[in-house]
Design a protein around this ligand. Structure first.
Ligand code: VG1
Ligand code: CO
Length: 542
C-alpha cells in the first residue's frame, strides 16, 4: 500500500449547481474527473485529522466512487470516515450521521431525482459540520480550486470491504462501516407518535409507499413495515438498484404514475407516497386526491404540533421563493415569521442553525425540519401519518378543511426540459430586460403590480445571492416565476411556476390548470416561451 501523488490538469465545468456537482455518469467516470473534484474539496475544507461521513443513493458508479473517495481521504490525512454499509446512505440519513457523530462534514454521492445508470447521471455533494449542503461561498471556492489543480493524492492498495459492519483501516485512517438505517430510524421514532401510527395501521388503514427502486426502500421497510406494523408489501420498489430499474426516481405525478394510478383507481389505499433517488423528496397522495408540495408544506406547518417533536409549536417557517404562499397564510395565523429564500436547501441552513425556523420546504417535493439539515422524504411521510392518526380524517377531508380555513393557493410548475442553452439564456435575458416596463400592463385579464429578479440577503450572515428567479406579480395575489434549473445535465431546463389565490368559500375545487389558465396565458404573453424556445407545451407538469 502506498501513497501516490498523481499529476493532473484542471478540468473545465466542475461548478456545483443548486445541489452539488451533477454530470453524466460517463463524465464522472472519465480519468481524473472525480479525483480532481474530490481533491479540490479536500484542499478547500481540509482533510488532516478530520472525520467525515460518506454514502450515496446506490446508483451506478456509487460503489467505485466511494472507494476512490476513501482512498483519497486516507491520502489527505483524514482520521476517520463513517460509511453506510455498501456505501448506501439516504441524503437525510447522511445529514443525521454527520450531526450525531459531530463529524467535520460528509460526502454524498447522488444526482438525486435524475435517472441513474451508465448513460444517465451521477453527482457529488459536500455537506458541512451542521449536516447541511455547503453554502455558495464553499462551493465557489471548490470550483475555483478545480481551475488550478495540479495533482491529487490517493492511497493505492486494497479496496475497503464495505459489506462488513465494523472497523477497518486504510493506512492510518479508520473506516467505520455502519448500518445505513438504524440511527435514522431511531431519530424518526423519537420525533413522532409511533404508538398512534401503529394503532392506525392496526385499525386497517392502508398505505402504498413507492420507493422507486431508489435509496428510501430499506428505510421505509424498516420504519413502516417492521416498526409501525404496516402490512408486508406496503413498500413497493423497495430495493435500491443501480439504474433504479429504469424508473426516473422523481416523485411527481408524471414519473410516479403507477402510484398515481393506484391512488386514483378503484379500492385505492388511504394514503400514498413516493420518494426520490436519494430519499430527500416526497410526494403525498390521498385516496382520489393529489396534494401539491406547497399545500403539503402548509398542512404540515398547520398541524405539526400534533407530533411530539413539534408539540411546543414552531419557532418560524421558511419556503423557497417559487413555493406558494399557502405557508405564509399558516404562519400569519400562528403568529410566526415566514422566511422566503432562493431555491436550494443550502439557503435554509443558517435559519435552522440560528433557531429562527423549525420547519421549511420547497415546491419541488421537499419538506423538512430542524431534525437534520437536508430535506427529508420519509420524515414528511411520517409527519403526515402522525397527523392522519391523531385527527382521524382522510387526506381529502384534511385538504378541504385547510382550504376552507386559509383559502387555496392554486399552484403548478411547468418544466421545459433540454432546451438549447443559448435560446434559454436569450429568453431569460429578454425577460429580465422587460421587467421595468411591466408594472401596470394588462394581459389575459390580469394587471401586473410588480416584477423583479429575486435577490436574497441571508439575515444571519448577510450574504447576498442575486439573480435567483424572475417574478411577475398580479393584482389579487396571482404570480408567475421563471428560472433556469441548476441541477440538469443536458441543455437548459426552464421552470415556470404558476400561482393564483382563491379566498373561498366558493371556487376551492377547480382543476389547478383551469384555475391557473389566465396566469399561464399572461406568462406566455410576457415571456414568449413558445417563440423563444420553439416549445408549445411543457414536458412535465406538477
Ligand atoms: C431542483 C429544485 C430545488 C431542489 C433541487 C435539489 O433544483 O427546483 O428546489 O432544492 O432540485 O433537489 P433546480 O435548480 O433544478 O430547480 V434534489 O432532491 O435533486 O437534491
Ligand atoms: Co433528492
Amino acid at each position: 500500500m502506498t501513497l501516490r501523488r498523481i499529476p493532473t490538469r484542471p478540468i473545465a465545468g466542475q461548478k456545483p449547481g443548486t445541489s452539488g456537482l451533477r454530470k453524466k455518469t460517463k463524465v464522472f467516470m472519465a480519468p481524473q474527473y472525480l479525483e480532481n473534484f474530490v481533491q479540490a474539496t479536500f484542499d478547500v475544507v481540509g482533510g488532516l485529522g478530520k472525520t467525515f461521513v460518506l454514502g450515496g443513493d446506490g446508483r451506478y458508479f456509487n460503489d467505485r466512487a466511494a472507494q476512490v473517495i476513501l482512498a483519497m481521504a486516507a491520502a489527505n490525512g483524514v482520521a476517520r470516515v463513517i460509511v453506510g454499509r455498501g456505501a448506501i446512505l439516504s441524503t437525510p440519513a447522511a445529514s443525521h450521521l454527520i450531526r450525531l457523530n459531530k463529524a467535520d462534514g460528509g460526502v454524498i454521492l447522488s444526482a438525486s431525482h435524475n435517472p441513474g445508470g451508465p448513460e444517465e447521471d451521477f453527482g457529488v455533494k459536500f455537506n458541512m459540520p451542521n449536516g447541511g449542503p455547503a453554502p455558495e461561498s464553499v462551493t465557489e471556492a471548490i470550483y475555483s480550486r478545480t481551475t488550478t489543480l495540479a495533482e491529487y493524492r490517493i492511497w493505492e492498495g486494497q479496496d475497503a470491504d464495505l459489506t462488513r459492519i465494523g472497523r477497518q483501516h486504510i493506512g492510518d485512517m479508520v473506516v467505520d462501516v455502519v448500518d445505513s438505517v438504524a440511527d435514522y430510524a431511531a431519530l424518526m421514532e423519537g420525533l413522532f407518535d409511533f404508538p398512534a401510527i401503529r394503532a392506525l395501521f392496526q385499525r386497517g388503514f392502508r398505505m402504498r409507499m413507492d420507493a422507486m427502486n431508489a435509496v428510501t426502500g430499506p428505510y421505509a421497510v424498516e420504519i413502516l413495515e417492521n416498526r409501525l406494523g404496516a402490512p408486508k408489501g406496503t413498500v413497493v420498489n423497495a430495493t435500491p438498484l443501480p439504474d433504479f430499474g429504469g424508473l426516473h426516481p422523481d416523485p411527481n405525478p408524471t414519473w410516479a404514475h403507477a402510484l398515481m394510478a393506484e391512488m386514483m383507481g378503484e379500492n385505492a389505499p388511504d394514503f400514498g407516497a413516493a420518494s426520490d433517488g436519494d430519499g430527500d423528496r416526497n410526494m403525498v397522495v390521498g385516496r382520489g386526491i393529489y396534494v401539491s408540495p406547497s399545500d403539503s408544506l402548509a398542512v404540515l406547518a398547520a398541524n405539526a404540533h400534533l407530533a411530539p417533536a413539534y408539540a411546543k409549536g414552531l419557532a418560524g417557517v421558511a419556503r423557497s421563493m417559487p413555493t406558494s404562499a399557502a405557508l405564509d397564510r399558516v404562519a400569519a395565523a400562528l403568529g410566526i415569521a415566514c422566511h422566503e429564500t432562493p431555491t436550494g436547501w443550502k439557503f435554509f441552513g443558517n435559519l435552522l442553525d440560528a433557531g429562527n425556523v423549525t420547519l421549511c420546504g420547497e415546491e419541488s417535493f421537499g419538506t423538512g425540519s430542524d431534525h437534520v439539515r437536508e430535506k427529508d422524504g420519509l420524515w414528511a411521510v411520517l409527519l403526515w401519518l402522525n397527523i392522519l392518526a391523531v385527527r382521524g380524517l382522510s387526506v381529502a377531508e384534511i385538504m378541504a378543511d385547510h382550504w376552507a380555513r386559509f383559502g387555496r393557493n392554486y399552484y403548478s410548475r411547468h418544466d421545459y426540459e433540454a432546451i438549447e442553452t443559448s435560446r434559454a439564456d436569450a429568453m431569460m435575458a429578454a425577460l429580465r430586460a422587460s421587467l421595468p416596463s411591466l408594472p401596470g400592463r394588462q394581459m389575459a385579464g390580469l394587471t401586473v403590480t410588480a416584477a423583479d429578479d429575486f435577490s436574497y440577503e441571508d439575515p444571519v450572515d448577510g450574504t447576498v445571492s442575486k439573480g435567483q428567479g424572475v417574478r411577475v406579480m398580479f393584482e389579487g395575489g396571482a404570480r408567475f416565476v421563471m428560472r433556469l434549473s441548476g441541477t440538469g445535465t443536458e441543455g437548459a431546463t426552464l421552470r415556470l411556476y404558476l400561482e393564483r389565490y382563491a379566498p373561498g368559500p366558493l371556487g376551492l375545487d377547480l382543476d389547478p390548470q383551469e384555475a391557473l389558465a389566465p396566469v399561464i396565458a399572461a406568462a406566455e404573453a410576457i415571456a414568449g416561451i413558445a417563440g423563444q424556445t420553439g416549445r408549445t407545451a411543457p414536458d412535465v407538469v406538477t
